[in-house]
Design a protein around this ligand. Sequence first.
Ligand SMILES: *Cc1c(COP(=O)(O)O)cnc(C)c1O
Length: 402
Amino acid sequence: MMKPSAKIETAVIHKGYDSTVHHDSLATPLYQTSTYSFSSAQEGEARFAGEAPGNIYSRLGNPTVRVLEERMAEIEGGQSALAFGSGMAAASAILVHLTKAGDHVLCSRGIYGCTFGLLGIMEEKYNITHSLIEMTTVLQIEQAILPETKVIYVETPINPTMELVNLRAVESVAKKHGLRVVVDNTFSSPYLQNPIQFGADFVLHSATKYLNGHGDVIGGILVGKEAEEMQTIRMTVQKDFGGIMSPFDAWLLLRGLKTLHVRMDRHVDNAEKIVAFLRGEQAVKRIFYPFDAAHPQMSIAKDQMRRGGGLISFELEGGKKQAQDFLNALSLIKIAVSLGDAETLIQHPATMTHAVVPPEERERMGISDSLVRLSVGLEHVDDLMQDLQHAFAQIKSNLQEI
Ligand SMILES: *Cc1c(COP(=O)(O)O)cnc(C)c1O
């Protein structure tokens, strides 16, 4: 598989920062300022007119945030990036930018719950409709295109079932019909998958997850293939809806991002060992992991992802009670939504992240009451397996008591 031009391991540490124009500071300085002073009224006029370089006001750009944006553009293989106050601010900005009343958005069968909510608002208020379909083959995608379709919006792997969208199939249909493609790449991070190489026009991230990796920031990133269009988004939807990232959060993100490659390798090493462990556990009915031999789309996974990622979902024997008992029996592994942190987190999609999805729809998406999702952290894998083993023993003894 192709890689972006600069090596990601180097880019996450250096790209976009020149210490010589920042008093030789090794670390990127935190420009905690809302506004910037102009040397004269004429200088202010020139900056507003776009005729002179320089900052105006931090909603339009901030030096700390800019370093993060340049770094992200590089590691996703785009020309330009924008940082937002959350993943959802990035998702809403790109969807508002690409659509107008009456348009249709074609989505992968699973999308993040709040993106689903956002599309619901857009439908109710602006008659922008959407449909959710499986996207394994060109035919499936082609058949779902409507005359008013403008955007294909996908997530891959899909949360929490790890179903994949075939990015090459999406690209070929989008090209043929002149559609724009947006990929939510949060689950893989730029270290494992770069959708722009597969024809995506925009890639978005909840930077809250792997990019930051330390569970202390909510943020979003939008990377675009073309700098000019990204500048338009910066000066329209981002500026006027105002969902920008704070300089401090950008500073924390720059710090987290430096170790992305090291963290991702360990997340995946641990996840692979846990998948192997779960395979031998009789209380586990089914495992959902992109690089698992039993995954029906493993060949797609191997084509577009470098490794299988740090998230594993699995179904337990029993139903909701067994799943909740299992979560309660864990001690090292924390019960929490979110993902991509150093701490291993587990959640129960049917009652947490996907509780708002009607039960029939959940069933269609493959989310049963006994499904749990594990975000594998950076602890020693033996400690994680011991915690899981203990919880499996606990639910087995509960079953025997009945
Ligand atoms: C968390 C998440 C989002 C939303 O991001 P926030 O930073 O919480 O707004 C979007 N997509 C995916 C896949 C996510 O996991």
